[in-house]
Design a protein around this ligand. Structure first.
Ligand SMILES: *[C@@H]1O[C@H](CO)[C@@H](O)[C@H](O)[C@H]1NC(C)=O
Length: 302
């Protein structure tokens, strides 16, 4: 290996453990699709220049608490498709992106992300985690932009996620309802995904905690009416309500009465696959929609 190499990508295959003597100027280390079972204390010794590490699709169930200590510049860690039951301890402070989809995580311990300041993205879907699996303070101190916990075992919106979140995706869970205080922490959200859950009810005023929300996905749930707060959401532009059990749409369900109250018009509303007769919905219902093609109605077929 030459010292003049500026970006060094190392792809290694056929492994049951992390090989020794990885060049210290390696920036990208790709160990995915191997049969590594464990990350040991000195596996990454000297790799102070490493920027991204992929151990995706291995059989890792154990990570030594000091494994990541040398990785002072690591920003991206790809850990999906392994056998971890918790988030690895002592993630590097420099980490920006963690993908740990499809493991066996049931618990996120208090302080699991302590020492990390600002992160862009955590993807931890397809883990068997329930609401009780998040210990209080699990995300304490972390500023995070994007979080996805899809395909898990959540029955409600977790209440103790980082309050900095701009995007939160909780689709394909078993969430039954959104209660008044559930979203009170997440004032910075601009996109919220709750599709493919079992939501029957969204408590009135619960969405008013999200004054900046632009996009709301509530498709494939069991809603019987349009959530009451929509007319008061000034910046909401996209709302998916298709595949629910909505049988009536009222003239004031989407738009405020007062002119100029809405700061951004809708550019996407989906209502297809609901038992509502679209010819019974008054055209004025959509007076704050940018153009008529933004509304997807379709026919009810079930
Ligand atoms: C749809 O709502 C009606 C009441 O409006 C209810 O009787 C029916 O059971 C609901 N269907 C489903 C699939 O939840």
């Amino acid at each position: 290996p030459s010292g003049s190499c500026c970006i060094m990508l190392l792809v290694l295959v056929g492994l049951t453990e992390v090989p020794k003597n990885i060049p210290s100027d390696t920036k990208f280390l790709d160990l995915q699709n191997n049969r590594i079972t464990e990350l040991k204390e000195n596996d990454f010794r000297g790799l102070t220049n490493l920027y991204a590490l992929s151990v995706r699709n291995n059989k890792i169930s154990k990570v030594h608490p000091k494994t990541f200590a040398p990785l002072k510049r690591m920003q991206k860690l790809y850990f999906s498709k392994n056998l971890m039951s918790t988030i690895p301890k002592n993630l590097p402070a420099s980490l920006v992106e963690l993908r740990i989809h499809e493991n066996r995580i049931k618990k996120v311990a208090a302080g699991a992300f302590s020492g990390l300041g600002n992160m862009n993205c955590i993807e931890m879907g397809a883990n068997p985690i329930q609401n009780s699996g998040f210990e209080p303070g699990a995300f304490k101190g972390l500023r995070l932009n994007f979080l996805r916990i899809s395909d898990a075992k959540l029955t409600g919106v977790p209440k103790d996620l980082p309050d900095s979140l701009h995007e939160l995706h909780l689709d394909h869970n078993q969430i039954q309802a959104v209660e008044l205080e559930d979203l009170s922490r997440y004032k910075n959200l601009y996109r919220l995904g709750l599709g493919f859950n079992h939501i029957r009810n969204i408590e009135q005023s619960s969405l008013l905690y999200l004054p900046r929300l632009r996009e709301l996905h509530l498709d494939n749930n069991r809603l019987t009416h349009v959530p009451q707060d929509l007319p008061n959401m000034k910046y909401l532009q996209v709302v998916y309500l298709h595949s629910n059990n909505i049988s009536q749409v009222g003239v004031d369900d989407f738009c405020p009465r007062g002119f100029g109250m809405k700061k951004a018009f809708y550019n996407g509303i989906s209502l297809f696959e609901n038992p509502v007769n679209y010819w019974e919905v008054q055209p004025a219902t959509f007076r704050c929609v940018g153009d008529r093609f933004a509304i997807q109605f379709g026919n009810y077929k079930k």
